[in-house]
Design a protein. Structure first.
Length: 556
């Protein structure tokens, strides 16, 4: 009996050893392995990758965790994501009611998806989180539509010629960044969402740019042009900051809102209001904005209270620079208010108007008391024609403002106050003092460079080599010229640069910027701008002038 059992085991072993057991690949190719996408999905198991080439007319359902990658792939139909953590990339989807539908069981990441001619580019209702990167959406009624979502992130995507580019209702977390929206009826609409982040987007030529209702969050560093630009209502404890807005009907419109900050925005050439705050909005701060060439600058209307308008620059807003109607406890402080029909126009309002500069308005203040400590002098902007509203260091607005209620930084993020007092307007003058060393020829070629520095409030002490011993401990020194520059400049350079840097400058056609620190004292910055000859020295500062200014600002 034992021998019989042993023989049976051996037979089974030999039979099994002779069988070919198929080994399944984790990569499935369409059409090589399966003729349709759905057949490939049916055959796949969790974690597989499906690679697709060609054009397919089918409605696709992804009901397991898969990675789907396209290579010049087109789907004429919709894609349903009905599983968690699905990844889809490099596919064009078109001509469907829903290009991509994410079910309540679905979530995932979409890369480089192009969706055209659909009612909904992506439709998500009660679904999990979706991340979208590098998407393109054209000619859809809704580019991306989401309702009752766990979260959505959209980055580096493009939306054009859609009815509604982005439309979200009741989303727990919504972030849109680095994307471009154009030629749409509505660029971005969000309602009933507790946190929204809209940053570094370009939104142009839409009837409405950004619309937020009953939602909170931040709108930062966007560029908006030729839209009804930013429209928010019932928003609390949020920031609208760092945006550039031009053309269109209105810059920023805020209604029924509280606890918000509107700061650091540049708004120009809109048909009506740069900033309009209305309908019982309260406890909001308007800081460090530059508002110019609009019909109205800042308007606070219809039952608002406790609004602070502080450290703004308002210039050439043709009707009213600031208009306040039927609103109470409005602080107007540390502003530059220039070249309007009215500087401030007040009706049925209580205003506190202090420490402002009124200049070249047809009527400085109407309907309110002048207040205390205001001045009426030329603010001495650096260059209005080039829209540079920084102040000359000799401006009467420098150090004139009031510290209480002023923001802790200026339009560019510089600390406020920089010196003994707060400056009026959006910019704090943070003058940089430098020593510039060159010979007469390089000084003659560097007039544009010197003018650039002066336009940025750099105070320059110009010296030649014989004066250098008295200045070699100065905090910031710029040297124009290389190791062979005459009149003693070369000698100074050879004491700053090492042998490799000197050899580099002696090479044919070379020009460069070198940054050295703590050469003759702690806390010292030395910048050498030089080339193989005087024309290449000129090229060195032309190529690097912005960087030179940045280095100096960061050093102080």
């Amino acid at each position: 009996m034992k021998n019989y059992k042993l023989g049976l085991v051996m037979i089974v072993f030999l039979v099994l050893a002779g069988m070919k057991v198929p080994v399944r690949s984790s990569v499935i190719k369409v059409p090589d392995d399966y003729p349709t996408i759905n057949e490939a999905i049916s055959s796949a198991i969790e974690g597989d990758t499906i690679k697709i080439k060609g054009e397919y007319t089918e409605n696709v359902t992804v009901d397991k965790r898969l990675t789907i990658e396209g290579e010049n792939a087109v789907i004429n139909g919709k894609v349903v994501i009905d599983a968690k953590n699905v990844k889809i990339s490099k596919i064009t989807i078109r001509d469907a009611i829903e290009g991509v539908e994410v079910t309540s069981s679905g979530s995932g990441i979409l890369y480089s998806i192009k969706i055209e001619n659909c009612t909904y580019g992506i439709k998500m209702i009660k679904s999990g989180r979706i991340d979208l990167h590098n998407g393109i959406f054209r000619n859809c009624e809704y580019g991306v539509y989401g309702e009752k979502l766990t979260g959505v992130l959209i980055d580096n995507s493009e939306f054009s010629e859609n009815e509604n580019a982005l439309y979200f209702l009741n989303v727990s977390g919504c972030s849109v960044a680095n994307s471009k929206i154009e030629n749409s009826t509505t660029g971005f609409y969000v309602s009933l969402s507790p946190y929204v982040s809209i940053s570094k987007n370009i939104i142009t030529d839409c009837e409405k740019g950004i619309v937020l209702e009953n939602s909170n969050g931040d709108i930062k560093d966007n560029f908006l042009k030729n839209n009804d630009n930013i429209d928010i209502s019932y928003m609390k404890d949020s920031e609208i900051t760092g945006n550039t807005i031009q053309d269109g009907n209105t810059g920023i419109l805020m209604e029924y809102s509280s606890g918000n900050e509107i700061s650091g925005n540049r708004i120009k050439n809109v048909e009506s209001y740069g900033i309009r705050i209305m309908y019982q909005s309260e406890n909001c701060n308007v800081y460090n904005n530059i508002i110019y060439y609009n019909s109205e600058g800042i308007a606070v209307l219809a039952g608002c209270k406790n609004i602070k308008i502080v450290n703004n620059t308002l210039y050439s807003n043709s009707d009213k620079n600031i208009w306040v109607y039927d609103s109470q406890n409005i602080l107007i402080q540390n502003n530059i208010i220039a070249k309007g029909n009215y500087g401030i126009y007040s009706q049925q309002a209580t205003l506190d108007i202090d420490y402002n500069d009124f200049w070249n308005n047809k009527n400085n203040i109407f309907g309110a008391d002048v207040g205390n400590y205001n001045i009426f002098q030329d603010p001495m902007f650096l260059n209005v024609e080039k829209e540079n509203f920084k102040l000359n260091i000799n401006s009467p607005c420098v150090d004139f403002g009031k510290l209480q209620d002023s923001p802790g930084s200026d339009f560019e993020g510089k600390k406020r106050p920089y010196s003994k007092g707060v400056d009026l307007g959006a910019y704090e003058v943070a003058s940089i003092q430098i020593t510039l060393v060159a010979n007469t020829v390089d000084y003659g070629l560097a007039s544009e460079f010197i003018e650039f520095l002066k336009m940025n409030n750099v105070m320059i002490t110009e010296i030649s080599a014989p004066d250098f011993p008295d200045h070699q401990s100065d905090k910031i020194i710029i040297i124009l010229g290389g190791p062979d520059a005459y009149d003693g400049i070369g000698f100074i350079v050879k004491n700053v640069l090492d042998s490799n840097e000197i050899d580099l400058l002696r090479e044919e056609g070379s020009s460069a910027m070198f940054i050295k620190t703590n050469v003759w004292r702690d806390g010292q910055l030395i910048i050498v701008l030089a080339g193989n000859d005087r024309d290449l020295t000129r090229k060195a500062w032309m190529d690097n002038k912005e960087n030179v200014f940045t280095q100096m600002k960061e050093w102080i």
